[in-house]
Design a protein around this ligand. Structure first.
Ligand code: AMP
Length: 176
């Protein structure tokens, strides 16, 4: 067992002042902690009859594909606007300044799919909540939401995902 937290690099002031960026590339590039982080999520969701893993561009794809493969599930791409070629469902959400949008192919998830949503990090929860709305619009049944990192404290991201089974590998407190 490794302390996965040791593999997370913090870069203060990226991409702009005031943000303490949690860099997961330093974890992903090492086989043992990468495998361990995938395995823990797979272990938690292995009996939930997951049929689709949906992950959010781009860092979500790194774990999402490996998790889907091991769970015997399909993989669904949730992307930034204008990247998916066929007909999409869209969902917009509030940022600190302005809004952002994510998209998913209309036929990516069907009614009756048991979906695990994955992203690398939970901060305010705006992105994950928008992804939840997309999946549910398509008729998917969300069986869980997983993150490598959950920023805890003042952001209250988990509150936006109230009622869902939220599993995060590492809790990192946010300084006020
Ligand atoms: P949020 O919608 O506020 O929960 O933000 C989550 C999304 O933004 C995830 O896709 C993260 O990759 C990214 N993100 C937000 N805050 C950070 C941070 N401090 N470090 C790294 N990524 C972040």
């Amino acid at each position: 067992m490794t302390n996965l937290l040791n593999y997370i690099r913090t870069i203060d002031g990226f991409p702009k002042e005031g943000i303490s960026f949690k860099d997961i590339t330093t974890l992903a590039k090492e086989h043992a902690p990468f495998k361990e982080s995938c395995d823990k999520i797979i272990q938690y969701f292995k009996d939930k009859k997951i049929t689709k893993v949906a992950a959010i561009e781009a860092r979500g794809y790194v774990w999402g594909g490996a998790i889907a493969y091991q769970l015997g599930a399909g993989f669904v791409l949730i992307r930034k606007p204008g990247k998916l070629p066929a007909e999409t469902l869209k969902e917009s959400y509030e940022l600190e300044y302005g809004t952002d949008t994510i998209e998913m192919h209309k036929d990516a998830i069907e009614k009756g799919d048991n979906v695990l949503l994955f992203d690398d990090l939970l901060a305010t929860g705006g992105t994950a909540k928008a992804a939840v709305n997309l999946i549910e619009k398509a008729g998917g049944d969300i069986k869980g939401i997983a993150f490598v990192i959950e920023l805890t404290g003042s952001l209250h991201g988990r509150d936006k995902l109230d009622g869902y089974d939220v599993f995060s590998l590492l809790d990192i407190p946010v300084e006020e």
